[in-house]
Design a protein around this ligand. Sequence first.
Ligand code: F6P
Length: 343
Amino acid sequence: MRVGILTGGGDCPGLNAVIRAAVLAGTQRHGMEFVGFLDGWRGVLDGDTVPLDEDTVRPLLTIGGTILGSSRTNPLADGVDDGVARVRKQLTALEVDALLAIGGEDTLGVATALHAAGVPVVGAPKTIDDDLSATDATFGFDTAVQTAVDACDRLATTGASHHRAMIVEVMGRHAGWIALHTGMAAGAHVTILPEEDPDLDAVADVTRSVLARGQAPLIVVSEGAKVHGEEAAKNAPRDAFGHAQLGGAGDALEHELLARVPGLSTRVTVLGHLLRGGTPSAADRILATRFGLSAIEALASGNLGTMASLHGVEVHQVPLAEATGVLRTVPDARRAETAGVRW
Ligand code: F6P
């Protein structure tokens, strides 16, 4: 079997670890051959490939990003039938029997449509946002949270020196997992998620009381937070999957706090793409490796149209369609855990 691998959407730490595990296990256990498609679905549409063999992938475990490159190209943007036909044509020309698509909701959404049209494909879920249904976790998230927590720890010390409120904006688009876990692990006084309407007067109260006891308020805000009633978006074109470029939630919050707390000194730090870079944590290396191994076994056994998924401590294959229908956002129960506690 000749397998084409692609990585699509926003990159994250651990993508290379999936590629490594898949190529090594597929080659050694099943005699598979591999080819890499460059820049996600763009490489599939253009037939733009690189060879992938054991020597190429062995050093990849610790390396961030993706050696295959990524893009937000949507092959179905001009219609499903047209996109499926173009993909099928390239796979036939390149003698690729099946695809391993490593991606988030968009990339795996395309994989779901391709599977429905009869294209042999399996998936592996990645995203720092950790917002995919049908898996308890995606790799990349653990590294992103640790990076954000390290940054918050540093911001807390300079904030304390200057008696400032430090506002930290983190990624996560429509799901607040990164903000929730960063806020908990960094000991933030306030954490604002996209899943809630923020009570700005309450945020101002906490800010005042933390300052009054001689500490510096640490406020973590998700980029998708609706500080002004809706997400703060940049004045930039939407991507091929219709997503706006988010940004500005931290500034919006600063504006609101300055209006409510006279004499307040604040600084906003946007962590943004810092959270997507660098070497994967040990937990992400392990999860990515397990997902790569699981996806290869699915291909070998003909369990197509499925995605590697973590359930508790077990990795299973689940139907792609289950994974891409609904976003996994932070439930009320997780938000309630911290409600009413002044940190
Ligand atoms: O989905 C992952 C993610 O990092 C989001 O948290 C963020 O909103 C988005 O991608 C940013 O995408 P881009 O790299 O296109 O700016």
